[in-house]
Design a protein around this ligand. Sequence first.
Ligand code: ISL
Ligand code: CA
Length: 579
Amino acid sequence: MTITEHPWWKTATVYQIYPASFKDSNGDGIGDLNGILSELDYIKSIGVDAIWVCPMYDSPQVDMGYDISDYEKVYPPYGTVADMERLISACHQRGIRILLDLVINHTSDQHRWFQESRSSISNPKRDWYIWRPAKYDSDGTRKPPNNWRSFFGGSAWQWDEHTQEYYLHLFCAEQPDLNWENEEMRHALYQSSMRFWLDKGVDGFRVDTVNMYSKVPGLPDTPVTDPNQEWQLAADLFCNGPRMHEFLGEMNAILSEYGAMTVGELPFTKTVEKVLKYVSAEARQLSMTFQFDVVDTGFGTDLKYDTTPRAWKLPEFKDAVFSTQRLITGTDAWTTAFLENHDQARSISRFGSCATEELRSRSGKMLALLLASLSGTLFVYQGQEIGMTNAPESWKIEEDYMDIESRNYFQYVVDKTGNDPVETARAKAALQHLARDHARVPMQWDSSPHAGFTTGKKPWMRAIDNYTHINVQNQTPDKQSVLSFWKQMLQLRKAHQDVLVHGDFQMLDRENEETFLFLKKFGSQRALVALNFTEHEQPFEVPGVFENGNAVRIASNYDDDVKGPLRCFEGRIYLGMAA
Ligand code: ISL
Ligand code: CA
């Protein structure tokens, strides 16, 4: 099959699993592969086609497994390679495809390649990572080679006493960046990280930070955008570098031997022309990418958490959706739809409301309806299907938040402001709204202690107390639950896949700050989607987009088919033919 005919992944819904927090099978408080295996029938029952398992490789877990010390081993608390083989075949038996997370911009500093690389300047693997001599100030103070900031705060360079040079780490110091300029490294990496698992039958990869492998030659300073900070965000210099497409071409040659699909994470890439170079079928680079436009809504411009809760207006959100949807209009490219993953706070807390149980359920269904009607491959994150929420304000950053990004940011604000109460309270509010931690809590299975995630005494991360009423066991038999609604929406999406999955997106009410109306078009088919993003009734009339004004309401998060105003967080889909 050529890539331009319909491969399986275009109409697929992918369910993302965070191994540490999905299900603990042996009571040690850490989720594991056998836990995933035990819930495959549940996953199948949602109506998804594939799972994406976040890194389950051996790792010191400084960044929750995105710091890999051995691509060919499993982190022992999660299980073994044999458990992975069982999981792969159990998925396939059920007709579920399985994607792994490909993290190859960096390894852990505990990977044997880095251990060798740092052992001496003349080691054959020295050049497998990015080493540079120090710079010195006029007064002789040692300085890193450039002014780049790491994503987790501080300089992106770490001084190595032993060999008296710096190495580059775009993420934490325990995640040294691989040197993709070194061909020998690249081929060893493809073998260990890709072929090893493709040979075991995995169906593809979610590719971590896929646009950072090629950096601008010479690694120059970036212009100072924030004079108050010593280290600057240098995304333009380490994203989408000159050799990116050559490297992806090499990878694609291997991936296509196996017919594997890829979904690459594409941060800091906003222009359509740049994105298309990664996702057009003809370019043969990646099957699709994750654009950050939608999930970045409300983030601080320089530092993600330098913001306040809900610092966005609906037109911005709509523009962000449009920028990802438009990728497929008049092109041979493909796109994705998602509102959550392990790096994002919960979508109901960000874009809906959890002020009451009624609002949580209503807005959660409205967001499900939105996602089900967007074009591209749909990704659902564990817990999203039951409408899980952010952790409450009572949680303490220092005790209950576990993520290195959250903790480092909070410490940065404390240090920078001398523990100013107003500034630290603002930082806390931003984290309560946007931290990655909210997605990483234990999955809420039932109302038993720790949400039924573990039979042990203590999960690695605290469960959110609302598990007593928000859980899989409650929602499964309840026809009105968020879970039941998700199941209906995924079926509906399949039943109308031409217009819902493949259709062209047209925005209808960009300036409106309360409602979101858009049209999906496929041939002469039309689907109108109307969403109320507020608790209050909003005026609405079906616009004149349908032939003879004939349209059938095919979905809503309210039972009765009312034509007039949109009620509290109401969402509707109407189907008809073009006027
Ligand atoms: O960090 C960012 C902004 O704050 C993003 O732009 C970042 O590039 C992106 O989220 C990368 O995330 C991935 O790689 C990280 C890991 O911590 C994340 O969990 C993973 O999804 C490092 O491997
Ligand atoms: Ca376990």
